[in-house]
Design a protein around this ligand. Structure first.
Ligand SMILES: [Zn+2]
Length: 223
């Protein structure tokens, strides 16, 4: 299991990558990672992620108490905690307002699976929640319900919530949701676009989970 200091540094590295890939801008977006069965690290409210220091992250219990940290946690904390409580397999949650995905969130339109990459690494269409106010308990519940046992969901008129077994996988999910939204958006400008066959999506997803990357190792994303 990762040490608390190691996880703090990893969370900051992934936050910087969210900026480089234009998944986040300004102070928008937030990230969290599970330290163990009861505690998570989470980004503070209103601080640009590239300005964060390891000590700025809040250590919180899953029931919402701040255990360590002097800043106020992200206003989306209820949603992060609700996901960890509902999904023991989730080790990290990333919330972005990435631009192409936001176009679909604004339209209330799900993102279908149109590429083999999304089929493999996400494995399902990305659904949209109904409109819920940011930071509300209602948003937390709605996101958990729409997410189900999936990897990502669009929050109506707001943004993306992506999850993974660890920070690298959650980042990869958030990036792929944006890439899929952009590809689908551009392809649709040229005409009608069909989704991949559901049976093929299932086979690609299974193949990815069984044999992608290096044997016995998790996905590796650079710093
Ligand atoms: Zn947001």
């Amino acid at each position: 299991m990762a040490s608390e200091q190691g996880l703090r540094r990893r969370l900051l590295a992934i936050a910087r990558k969210c900026f480089w890939y234009r998944l986040m801008a300004g102070t928008w977006g937030n990230l969290s990672a599970r330290l163990d069965g009861r505690r998570v690290l989470i980004t503070p409210s209103g601080v640009e992620k590239t300005a964060l220091k390891p000590g700025d992250l809040l250590l919180m219990s899953l029931d919402g108490r701040v255990l360590k940290g002097r800043l106020r946690p992200t206003t989306e904390t209820p949603m992060h905690l609700e996901i960890y409580r509902a999904r023991s397999d989730v080790g990290a949650v990333i919330h972005t307002h990435s631009p192409y995905a936001l176009v679909f969130a604004v339209r209330g339109e799900e993102i279908p699976i149109v590429t083999v990459e999304a089929a493999s690494a996400i494995g399902h269409r990305v659904p949209v929640t109904r409109y819920v106010r940011p930071g509300s308990l209602e948003m937390a519940e709605e996101v958990v319900e729409s997410l189900g046992d999936g990897m990502a969901v669009l929050v109506r008129s707001h943004g993306v919530v992506a999850v993974g077994r660890d920070l690298d996988e959650a980042f990869h999910t958030a990036l792929l949701v944006e890439e899929e939204a952009r590809t689908y958006y551009l392809a649709r400008m040229l005409g009608e676009v069909g989704s991949l066959d559901p049976g093929e999506v299932e086979a690609l997803r299974r193949g990815f989970l069984e044999s992608y990357g290096q044997p016995g190792k998790k996905m590796r994303i650079g710093d």
